[in-house]
Design a protein around this ligand. Structure first.
Ligand SMILES: O=C(O)CCC(=O)C(=O)O
Ligand SMILES: [Fe+2]
Length: 275
């Protein structure tokens, strides 16, 4: 297995393995790599839906997304799809998956199934690098703070997606979510300090209103996605990306209007987060 950095602070390309066959020590090595670098890309993979699900179970368990359409025959697989005549895409803003759960998904595994002829890259940012790059004053200001996360404003009736042409594709408009996490968490396996607020689901700091929270929250969000903390996944047929939802954020580019794109996602079960 060869590991090549994608960018100085974020992401690696892993070659020399087929994920369908990965288990035991190889699986452990893949996990450590992703915990550390935030996202790993695997090219030229052959993976059936059954193997996709089996990989998730070998990893340690599958969390089913409550909102995305599911694959008819394989309800563990969420379909991240944009039709040629659709304007809105899924995940088209900086976020981390499932931070609105009290035990958020550890990571996600996205398999390219049908790609547009150009565009449709996914950008990632490393949240360890994001924390490290904060000024000492900002680090002191967020020490000990907690934040409230929810997905209700995104998925509820009349919510952000309902106002777009993606709305009718989604499920779970009645589901209520809410979780409190430290603003700075320690990675459960590497111990690295990570910034854990995101623009998709973080609403306010505990003890402050949304309005009171916004200046600091905005400062953190802007600083986190500095170019230097980022890397880009350019998808090809056979590409799979696996990311750690604690150590990275992602943002799916919506720049392929008029073309179809379909990706299959499995979300790995996670663990409680702590400062
Ligand atoms: O379509 C993509 O590249 C990523 C979409 C997304 O946010 C996700 O699958 O979690
Ligand atoms: Fe996402």
């Amino acid at each position: 297995m060869q590991i090549t950095p994608m960018a100085p602070r974020c992401g690696v390309e892993v070659s020399g393995i087929q994920l369908a066959e990965a288990s035991g020590d190889v699986m452990e090595q893949i996990k450590q790599t992703i915990y550390e670098h935030g996202v790993a890309v695997f090219r030229d993979q052959e993976l059936t839906p059954e193997q996709h699900i089996a990989f998730g179970k070998r990893w340690g368990g599958v969390d089913v997304n409550q909102y995305f359409p599911l694959q008819d025959e394989y309800p563990e697989i969420a379909v991240v799809r944009k039709n040629a005549d659709q304007e809105t895409n899924i995940g088209g803003a900086w976020h981390t998956d499932h931070s609105y759960d009290q035990i958020p998904a550890m990571g996600s595994m996205l398999v390219a199934r049908e790609l547009p002829p150009h565009g449709g890259d996914t950008h990632y940012a490393h949240m360890g690098a994001a924390y490290d790059s904060l000024t000492d004053d900002l680090k002191a200001e967020i020490e000990g703070l907690e934040a409230y996360h929810t997905a209700d404003h995104v998925y509820e009736e009349g919510g952000l997606y309902a106002q777009t042409d993606m709305g009718k594709e989604l499920r779970g408009q009645d589901i209520k979510t809410g979780a409190v996490h430290p603003v700075v968490i320690r990675h459960p396996h590497t111990g690295r300090k990570l910034l854990y607020v995101n623009s998709g689901f973080t609403i306010n700091f505990v003890g402050q209103t949304r309005e009171e929270s916004l200046p600091l929250l905005t400062k953190l969000l802007n600083s986190a996605v500095m170019e230097d903390n980022q890397c880009v996944v350019k998808w090809q047929p056979g590409t799979i990306a696996i990311w750690d939802n604690r150590s990275s954020w992602h943002n799916a580019m919506n720049d392929y209007q008029g073309h179809y794109r379909e990706m299959h996602r499995i979300t790995f079960s996670g663990e409680a987060l702590a400062a």
